[in-house]
Design a protein around this ligand. Sequence first.
Ligand SMILES: [Zn+2]
Length: 587
Amino acid sequence: MSRVLAAVAWPYANGPRHIGHVSGFGVPSDVFSRYMRMAGHDVLMVSGTDEHGTPIQVQADAEGVTPRELVDRYNRVIVEDLHGLGLSYDLFTRTTTGNHYQVVQELFAGLYDNGYIVAKTTLGAISPSTGRTLPDRYIEGTCPICGYDSARGDQCDNCGNQLDPDQLINPRSKINGETPEFVETEHFFLDLPAFAEQLNAWLDTREGWRPNVLKFSRNLIGDLQPRAITRDLEWGVPIPLEAWRNRDDKRIYVWFDAVIGYLSASIEWARRTGDPEAWRQWWQDPEAQAYYFMGKDNIVFHSVIWPSILLGYSGPKPQSLGALNLPTEVVSSEYLTMEGKKFSSSRRVVIYVRDFLERYDADALRYFIAVAGPESNDTDFTWSEFRRRNNDELVAGWGNLVNRSISMAAKNFGEIPPALELTAEDSALLAAVRAGYDSVGALIGKHRQKAAITEAMRIVGEVNKYFSDQAPWKLKEDKARMGTVLHVALQAVRDCNTLLTPFLPHAAQRIHELLGGAGVHAPMPEIRDVEDLDNGRTYPVLTGDYTVGAKWEHVAIEPGTKLAAPTPVFKKLDESIVEEELARLQG
Ligand SMILES: [Zn+2]
């Protein structure tokens, strides 16, 4: 047993989540956390909404609301989206809490005290027509490094390099097309080059990372520059230094505050459990493991910048929270596209999680993401492929096995029949299924979820073949053998259900009940309205009791357990849904 931190990327609170957002890190981190808990580890899974920054300010201005009103709205929407998918956060919170402000300011002050934050005069962009600061990502121009003509003021999406807005060739405002003016302004920078040697030494010790993440990170370290951690903006965490604390025109940069959320959410979780020091077991015990889940556009923050912050806070001078652990592994996914196009809310190439869940089951999406998601390649979501996998694999493979084995046992015995004498085929099947605990578990542990669910479904296929070969429906004259075959099949179903529980928790709970099981098999998160621990505001969090539920182990079924005729666990999708959904996309 070890302590495992599952640190999941923070969704930006500027709109509802679409399935591209949740396929890269939301569902994979939940599959991992559920498996690790079942395997006996003490998991702390945290995240929240990322709510500061200029884009929120700009969107709030456009809608005529305050930034706080905007983030209050989308924090709740996103909490509901993630709840609908059954993502088992120990705490899903937000970055506008009093606790988060304190932790961010503590890390800023600690880094400053250790000499890793330096002040610099820089050129900031302002809009000539409004006189206001023009946020980086609303400045577009040609990348000075690769020549890409739609680079943003903070980053080039083509070559991946970080930029400053004044480096762009032919800069223009994305809001109204005007050319920004550049004026001198003072900002704080994180001295990233100071960490290059330590970062390289740390990366040398990493095992099992996806090669693209390691390679990308090493390239970044070769060319590290000091990075601005403050911005000209009113919406954000105040700078905790004398002479800066009360300035309302300068704030900590949103990326710096958001990445600290992993730590602040762990501390908030501990404070809410009544043991405010409990977070230390995941952040300071050298045996504790920390896995970070994100899309590939965020690798730099997790493999380079966040480790630098952790190193810089941990020494040379000890700070009040103490030294903090570096990530064990940075698990980055690739992109999901939609019918061959990039997801885009503005161009309506999008399917929101809430709309999806109104029409389809969460586990149908979770299955598709696990088996065909962007784990290690960019992948495409198409409605015809979604329907095919749902119908041919989930319904015809797994659902059909559950249905026919339970309904035949219910009809002929009304309960789980005993196994009398096992044949070689019976024993071989049971052994093959039990081997799945090792094979499927090892693959999930190594973040190879596509291979893991493929292996689980291969085992389901073996059970289906056994069922067809043994043909228990032909054994009406030999009830003892019929009962034995059904017993073996039901035992295999029970084991397969455990192997599939991290992927399909909603279905797993139902199948557990169909097999006559009571109580919680796959624990679910709940939405709870809580009071801010520091300022009395109320907000919704996702949390849950995940100490209950099935373990990652074989449990023998009990003959005599009452069975009723099952209703189908998965829904077959009609051919017409493909055209309906494509019409909605074009709508
Ligand atoms: Zn570029």
